[in-house]
Design a protein around this ligand. Structure first.
Ligand code: NCD
Length: 309
């Protein structure tokens, strides 16, 4: 019921509702108000892959709403002894009320959701989807541009393995965005995703050239080349460092253009961008807290009040 596996699980109306809830929860996310909406509830935070922001922001979100968090990682658990995902999920079903899962295998979040009764939130399944990241990305875009409608969005980097762009492109197209997909040929957005975007009415331009679209962009969404997903090191070396955005590159950009990045960055986003008015990626990372608060409330069927004091 309350699962979130791909952006198909949310209608446009639900997306807007969750973003509105997240906006109301901002003072709670900042720690200015304590609002124990989720008191007595337990979140299972299951990370079978590395994470800094996703894991910590879910944990903060739960705690600032009065809930408790159980953490499980592949290191230090029976996963290392060979326990199956199915069996692990049976335990989580008994120990928590909702679970967040990140896993290296595409499809693992859906598999987990099918294995248990509690709601499952997909925090990244291999090169598949990352819908909770998309929700905080949409929150950040709406915060800066006032709306999600009809924006020019450039996505740059590893569009093949980058799950954040898979989920975000789908959502943006549903709000009428024009997408410029910038990647080397070997890391193009998978063709079935591009077809899906076009079927949803998306205007899609695929190119290898980053420079020529910068000046017309409302959003530049940079991504890391996903080294861990390459079948061999040599293929990675060929494309590593292929795009590098620095402050000079965005001098001619629209004044309200925002630069986003799900982070971590490696070398595709130079620190010189940090001090420009366009840099939104640290704010974006913080926005994971209110957005994930709203998603936890949705998953647990808890209504967010229209106003917090
Ligand atoms: C992203 C991920 O895990 O897909 N990170 C995140 O959740 N903020 C992006 C990445 O690892 O490059």
């Amino acid at each position: 019921m309350g699962d979130l596996i791909t952006m198909d699980d949310l209608s446009n109306e639900e997306i807007i509702q969750i973003l509105d809830d997240a906006n109301i929860l901002l003072p709670v996310a900042r720690g200015e108000i304590y609002l124990p909406l989720l008191e007595g509830k337990v979140l299972g935070n299951l990370f079978f892959e590395n994470s800094t922001r996703t894991r910590m922001s879910f944990e903060t979100a739960m705690k600032r709403l009065g809930g408790e968090v159980l953490n499980l990682s592949s290191i230090g658990s029976s996963v290392a002894k060979g326990e199956t995902l199915y069996d692990t999920m049976q335990m989580v079903d008994g120990y928590s009320d909702i679970a967040v899962i990140r896993h290296p295998n595409q499809g693992a979040a859906q598999y987990s959701a099918d294995a248990v009764d509690i709601p499952i939130l997909n925090a990244g399944d291999g090169a598949g989807n990352h819908p909770t990241q998309t929700m905080l990305d949409l929150f950040t875009i709406r915060e800066s541009h006032g709306s999600l409608e009809g924006l020019n969005v450039m996505m740059v980097g590893d569009l093949r393995y980058g799950r954040t762009t898979h989920s975000l492109s789908h959502a943006l197209v549903r709000f009428g965005a024009k997408l410029t997909l910038v990647s080397p040929k070997s890391l193009k957005m998978p063709s079935e995703i591009v077809s899906d975007l076009k079927n949803h009415g998306g205007e899609i331009n695929e190119t290898e050239d980053m420079a020529s679209s910068i000046d017309s962009a409302d959003v530049i969404y940079m991504t890391r080349i996903q080294k861990e997903r390459f079948p061999d090191e040599e293929e990675y070396t060929k494309v590593a460092g292929i795009y590098k955005l620095n402050a000079n590159d965005i001098e001619g950009a629209k004044s309200d253009m925002i630069v986003m990045h799900p982070l971590p960055r490696v070398n595709e986003l130079h620190a010189s961008v940090d001090s420009t008015k366009h840099a939104k990626y640290f704010q974006q990372a913080f926005n994971g807290v209110p957005t994930r608060m709203a998603l936890l409330c949705r998953g647990l069927g808890v209504k967010v009040p229209r106003k917090v004091k």
